[in-house]
Design a protein around this ligand. Sequence first.
Ligand SMILES: NC(=O)c1ccc[n+]([C@@H]2O[C@H](COP(=O)([O-])OP(=O)(O)OC[C@H]3O[C@@H](n4cnc5c(N)ncnc54)[C@H](O)[C@@H]3O)[C@@H](O)[C@H]2O)c1
Length: 455
Amino acid sequence: MSESNNNHPDRRTFLQVAGAVVGASVSGITSAAGQGTPAAASQSAGASFAAPPIPEVKIGFVGVGGQGGSHVKNMLGVPGVKITAVCDIAEDRVKLIQKWVVEAGHKEPVGFSRGPRDFERLCETADVDLVFNSTPWEWHVPVCVAAMKNGKHAATEVPAAMTLDDCWQLVESAEKYRKHCVMMENCNYGRSEMMVFNMVRQGLFGEILHAEGGYLHDLRSIKFANQGEGLWRREWAKKVNGNLYPTHGLGPVANCMDINRGDRFEYLVSMSGPSRGLQSWAKDHFPADAPQRAEKYVLGDVNVSLIRTARGRTIYVSHDTNLPRPYSRINMVQGTKGIFQGYPDRVYIEGQSPEHQWEEAKTYLARYDHPLWAELTKRAEGAGHGGMDYIEDYRLIKCLREGLPTDMNVYDAAALSAVVHLSERSNAKKSSAIDFPDFTRGRWQSTPALAVVHA
Ligand SMILES: NC(=O)c1ccc[n+]([C@@H]2O[C@H](COP(=O)([O-])OP(=O)(O)OC[C@H]3O[C@@H](n4cnc5c(N)ncnc54)[C@H](O)[C@@H]3O)[C@@H](O)[C@H]2O)c1
C-alpha cells in the first residue's frame, strides 16, 4: 500500500480540471511528433509546451556565484544570446559579471543588488526573455514564479523545488502564464550519459527495465567553507532527512526510461542511515568551542530510495555527501539485451561483448557518441563539468530561439525534484511507499519520447 501524498486533494482536483481546460485551449501546447518540430508546425493537445521563437534571447541572471558565474561564461559563447541584467545579493558578484560581459564586447547588463528580493525588481523592470536562476535552493521557486508572473521564461538550477507544494507552484505558474520553467540538469548532457541515451534509442540494451543513479560526492569541506555553498548548503542538513539532491543521478536515466513521455514515477520507498559525517568533520577541523561543533544535523549520511514506475520498472537513487569517498553518479541502465554501468564506464551487450565480461565503454564512443557532442566538442572545451554545462546551455537557447519544446519541461522539473520531499516523508514513516503526484495530469501517456537531436 502506498500513502497518498496529496496534501490538498480538493484543491488539486480542481486544478487538474482547470489545468486540463487551460491546456486544451492553449495554442502553445504542441505535439512534438516532434522534438525538433517548430511550434507553428505541430499543434495538438497532450504534448510538450513550446513558446513562440525568440531570435535573440535576452537573459537576466539571478544568483551568480560558482554555478551562476559558470553559466554566464557559457552564455557569452552561445550564439543568439544577450545578457541584459544580473542580480545577486553580493554586489561584488554583480560588478564582476558586468565586467565580464563588457570585456566580451557587449553592453553592460543592468545590475540588481538591493537585497534578497531584488530579483522581483529585475523580473518586473528588466528587458529580459529568460530569467536564469542559480541561487541557493530556498530561492529557486520564488525566483522562477516571479519570472513567469512577469512574462519571462524561467531556467533554474537543481533541484527546482524542495517540497511538493513548491513543485506544484512551478507547474501551476508555467501553465497559468504559459512560460517555460526548465530545470537545468546538466548531467543529462554528460558525454557518457548522452551516449547511453543514444544507445538506448538504437535498441542496444533492449527494453530498459532498471536503472541506478545518485549523487555521491564528499562535500564536507564545501559545506563548512566560509563562502559559496558553505553559506547555505549545510543548513539543509539540519532540517531535512532524505535525498536532498536527486536530480543529477535521476535526470539521465529518467530520459532513458521515457519518464513523463510514456512512463512516469509512480511511488518510492526511502531509507536514511545515521548522521555522523558532518559532526566528525567538525570535530577534526574546529576547536572545541567553535559553533560548528555544536550544530545538530538530521540528514542521514547515506540515503537510498527506490522508485517504481507506472510500467513497473525500477530505479535506485542515492544521496551520499557527508562521508569520505571518490565521486560517483553511478549511472547504470539495464535492459533485456544488455547493461551500461558508469564509474568507470562499462558496457555489456549480449551477443556482442565477450560472455559475462565488461567491455570499456570508450570502445563504443566512435559509433554511438551523441551528435550534440560530436558536433559541439570544440565549443564545449573548458566549460563547466567537463563541457556538459555548455551543451546544456546551448541546447536551451536553441530551443528558445527556434520555438521548440525544451528537453526538460516543468513536469520533469517537478517529478525529479519531488524526490526530495517524498524521500523525506517515506523515511520518516519507516520507509512506507509514497505516491508521486502525476504533475502531467495524464499527459505522460501521450507526450512523445525525446529524440536524439543535432546541434
Ligand atoms: N548543476 C550543477 O552541476 C551544479 C553545481 C553547483 C551548484 N549547482 C546549483 O546551483 C545553485 C547555486 O549553487 P552555487 O554552487 O553557485 O552556490 P553559490 O553559493 O556559489 O552561489 C549562490 C549565489 O546566489 C546568491 N544569492 C543568494 N541568495 C540570493 C537572492 N535571494 N537573490 C540573488 N542572489 C542570491 C549568492 O550571493 C551567491 O552568489 C544551487 O541550486 C546548486 O544546487 C548546480
